[in-house]
Write a protein that binds this ligand. Structure first.
Ligand SMILES: C[S@@+](CC[C@H](N)C(=O)[O-])C[C@H]1O[C@@H](n2cnc3c(N)ncnc32)[C@H](O)[C@@H]1O
Length: 194
């Protein structure tokens, strides 16, 4: 990840703090923890939410099989331009994850095995959390996985606590990874199964 991408990330955070939700892209260790939560030997369709400058995307491309149908949804047009230049083989949708069903239809995907999310859930309003989770349920297959990360400090925020409670409502199994201290800020991964 170039320092140009770091600067760009910080700039986008300053202009849209709630939507970007972090001052720096995730560390390689955190990205690997996220991507290793998926069984790539069986995954047929995977969607990435909020790839930002593409640090998780890069690890996904290393892990996935050629046959796995993969696309990403990024709301921020500046990040989407970076992604399109970095990953010419990946279908990048400049859209909100609220529209994941339309995106999947466009990709010819009926059901998704896994959603890998970089969204800052602890910065979202209640209704946005609901809208994004409900939309995900319209495409995630029974037994499908949802992998996302949370910053430690986010657990203290009302929206972070609310999001944790919502996971119990939407998913049957919810696991947590070790804490990745070498991330700015320290974070952990939620591994959820529908
Ligand atoms: C914390 S950053 C994570 C970026 C990257 N995945 C990483 O780990 O470094 C959150 C990303 O989610 C994107 N985002 C926020 N709301 C979104 C939405 N409703 N739909 C799609 N992307 C969204 C932001 O633009 C930003 O790129």
């Amino acid at each position: 990840m170039s320092s140009r991408h770091h600067k760009s990330f910080l700039k986008q955070f300053v202009s849209q703090p709630n939507s970007v939700g972090a001052i720096a892209p995730s560390s390689t260790l955190l990205c690997q923890e996220i991507v290793n939560a998926i069984d790539w030997s069986t995954a047929q369709a995977v969607v990435e939410y909020g790839p930002g400058t593409g640090v998780v995307t890069q690890q996904i491309l290393k892990a996935k099989r050629d046959e796995t149908n993969f696309c990403a949804i990024e709301l921020n047009t500046h990040f989407a331009e970076i992604l399109k230049q970095r990953f010419t083989s990946v279908s990048i949708h400049v859209d909100s994850v609220a529209n994941v069903k339309d995106v999947c239809e466009h990709e010819g995907i009926e059901q998704v095995d896994a959603v890998i999310s970089g969204l800052p859930w602890a910065s979202f309003k209640d209704e946005d959390q609901n809208e994004y989770l409900d939309a995900m349920m319209s495409v995630l297959k029974p037994g499908g996985h949802f992998v996302t990360f949370a910053y430690l400090q986010g657990l203290l925020l009302p929206a972070g606590k609310r999001f944790r409670h919502k996971l119990d409502h939407y998913f049957t199994d919810i696991g947590k990874s070790r804490i990745i201290w070498r991330n700015l800020p320290p974070a952990f991964v939620y591994r959820c199964r529908r």
